[in-house]
Every structure is written in C-alpha cells, then in structure tokens.
Design a protein around this ligand. Structure first.
Ligand code: HPA
Length: 244
C-alpha cells in the first residue's frame, strides 16, 4: 500500500458529511476488498498529529441508499489501510420528545436483531457487540469543546430502510430505544468483528413518525442534516486536535 499517510483513525461520514476538506496532505486510495467496492475511495490525510482515512458512507453524491451500503467492504477497507479505530457520524430520528432535533447524541448501545452483517459466514465466531467507551468519552469532550450540545448515551435502533418507519413501529420502538437510524449498528458490529474500537456521534434530524403531530417528510431530515454539517466538522476538528 504505497500511501504517504499511515492512518490510525478511520472516519466514516454520514448524511451531511461527505467531504474530507479538513484534512491536509490528502491523497485518494482505491481499495479493493474481498467483499467488493467500498462506498468511495479512501481520502487519506492528516489533521495535526492525527493521520486519518475518511470515507463518505453514502458516496460523495449521496448516491447509495442505506440498505445498499456495502458495510463489509467499508470496514474491511479501513482495516486494510491500517486504521486502529473508527469514529463515524450518523443521522437519526428521535423517539422521545425530550430528545430534540438539532441536538447530538452519542449512543452507548444499539438494537438491530433483524439485519446482521458478518464476516463470519464460514466459521463459528460469536463476538459480543459494544460501542467503545473511551472513543465515546473523546467524542463527548470534543462536542463540549466545539460548543455543541451532545447527549451522553442512548439506545440506537437500526431499521433496514430505505423507507421510514410506520407509526406502529415507532410506538413499539419507543419502549426499547431512544433514536432510530439505518446504518450505525451494522458498522459497529463489523468493526467489533475486525477488533476495531468504534463509536458514533449522531445528529438528531427529526422526530420519528408519529412522535409529534406534524407530518414527517424526508426533506425536513435533509435540511437539518445540512444545517448540522458545520457543527459536526467542528466536533471532528476538536476530536483530531486532541489526538493522543
Ligand atoms: N428513521 C430512520 N432513520 C433516520 C430517521 C428516522 O426517522 N431520521 C434520520 N435517519
């Protein structure tokens, strides 16, 4: 792998975060994996002391819908270039009135029993899922430094997508979780299988279907995602500045 940058940190940018402009000494690396093509070539670069590999989860033009993302290839590519831990940004809807759109949340657990990707199809291996506690703390501290309000902990429920959820589904999910998204649990599971510590900061972009009286439209979700992209970038800057 002939790259000048030897990335230690992988960043997967979610909806709203497609650019790696914040990195210096950029170069692009096309990684081929045994699982096919990742969402995009890896952007390799530096920020302060931290060497980073960046990938937009939905591709740079947001052309890959959540249920078609090749998470196996994305996480594998990160491991392949030498990344030691992975931090991501994700978009979620809120299941609870007190978890308000416009805020951020750093989940400490997830629920996703219906769509579980794995590298272990041909051998008997059972990992125990977890979101990395020390990366979570670093993300929380970074949000604080960036002046961004982030909730410490919460259960992320992953749906398959691409459709949003029914009111009845949301009524059920409210009993078990705090926010709903379509990608983080798959990534966290695969990162665990690759022994890569993983944590995510999520933008709360809407109330889920039926949580409030106003009708839910995808356009509303996209507009909050756009508004929050600068905040997310500032959190990531603070995270990278504090690199050990
Ligand atoms: N449901 C599922 N995924 C989401 C939502 C939602 O309401 N908002 C942002 N990602």
């Amino acid at each position: 792998m002939g790259s000048r940058v030897k990335p230690r940190l992988g960043i997967i940018g979610g909806s709203g975060l497609y650019e790696s402009e914040f990195l210096e000494a950029q170069e692009t690396l096309d990684v081929v994996t045994p699982y096919g093509k990742p969402s995009a070539p890896l952007e390799m670069g530096k920020f302060g002391k931290e060497q980073v590999a960046f990938m937009p989860r939905h591709a740079p033009e947001h052309s890959i819908p959540p249920h078609r993302i090749n998470h196996l290839a994305n996480l594998w590519a990160m491991k392949e270039v030498g990344v030691e831990r992975v931090v991501t940004t994700s978009s979620v809807g809120s299941l609870k009135l007190e978890i308000r759109p416009g805020e951020f949340i750093i989940p400490d657990d997830y629920l996703s029993p219906w769509n579980i990707p794995t590298y272990h199809d041909e051998e008997v291996v059972h990992v125990t899922p977890k979101l990395d506690p020390s990366l979570r703390v670093r993300l929380l501290e970074s949000a604080q430094k960036a002046g961004v309000q982030a909730r410490d902990g919460g259960v992320y429920i992953q749906t398959i997508g691409p459709r949003l959820e029914t009111v009845a589904e949301i009524r059920m999910f409210r009993e078990f979780g705090d926010v709903v998204g379509m990608t983080m649990a798959s990534e966290a599971t695969l990162a665990r299988e690759l022994d890569l510590p993983y944590a995510s900061i999520c933008t709360i972009d809407n109330y889920c279907h039926g949580v409030v009286d106003e009708p839910l439209a995808y356009a509303e979700i996209v507009s909050v995602q756009r508004e929050k992209a600068d905040d997310l970038t500032r959190v990531l800057h603070a995270f990278l500045e504090a690199a050990p």
